[in-house]
Design a protein around this ligand. Sequence first.
Ligand code: MGP
Ligand code: SAH
Length: 306
Amino acid sequence: MAKASATPKVAARRRAKAVRPLPNRPHRFLRLVAAIRKLTRRRPHRRGLAAVSQSSPPPPPTSDERKCANRPPSPSPPPAEAEQARHEERTADAAAAAAEAVAGKYWAHRHSLFSLYDRGVRMDAEGWYSATPEAIAAAQAARAAPAGLVLDAFAGVGGNSIQFAARGCYVVSVEIDPRKVELARHNARIYGVEDRIEFVVGDFFHLAPYLKADLVFLSPPWGGPSYNQTPVYTLDMLKPKDGHAIFQAAQNIAPNIIMFLPRNVDIGQVEELSWLSSPPLDFESEESYVQHRFKGITAYFGDVAR
Ligand code: MGP
Ligand code: SAH
């Protein structure tokens, strides 16, 4: 397994090996974006396929919603208020968790997560512990061809999407949590790459059958910071589905896949993913470091593997 840290020399070597993008970009990117917009508009109130754009107006009430609005008052709070109360509770919980995270080790890492942190980068609790450190995200992005079309399937607060866009890729960033999408959009603006990223609030597994790209980037949830409590991390521990299901969904989208995985992952299992294709995909794994600290394993499948 290779050991990698992001030096300009390595980045230059990687550029030479970069995967050639499919032709017709950016038109293909725009067509894909139009398709996603259509898809997400058609079913605007399903969590898995929520509306994409911050500026989209809320959908008109359905006949059921209108019936709800006309119901006589009941002793329990009306659904909208109860939902609002639940939302506020969740927001307060998230804010408390974020404050806790900030007070801990993550605050010390803020500039390695985002070098422009002081310009106003925003995070939430999960973002603090799962954003890919910038040097690692930049090294991963260096494998993609400039102007290639990248799908970031679990985009979080934007750590990877921003680096792919900074390298000149067009990026479709899928993230299930709408609040994170707003954070990612804000962070991309700070890095000046917002116009190369299409943000989609949605469930990757619902959207996957409709998507095509040159490269899929996968950094799914690992199950929280306790992922390293086990000596060997197996692919069934990934969330929200096991590693095979995640990889298979990605395989139908692009011939090149990059996965960012825990440092204690069972590397044999990861290599086996390449056998899901016939003939097997080229495979390479490397240890990803930030300032000599081992942070995770990056696995490359397809032409992006050396
Ligand atoms: P870590 O091991 O929690 O932190 O995460 P650190 O500082 O290396 O731990 P310590 O043992 O040195 O104290 C290391 C890196 O893994 C983070 O910066 C994230 O990039 C990534 N990471 C961690 N988690 C828990 C997740 C996760 O759930 N999902 C994803 N995609 N990445 C994660
Ligand atoms: N690479 C990101 C961090 C990703 S953390 C960064 O650098 O910022 C994993 C993310 O996957 C979380 O933000 C979580 O909300 C999201 N997620 C979980 N299930 C998902 C699904 N089914 N579809 C899309 N995103 C999902």
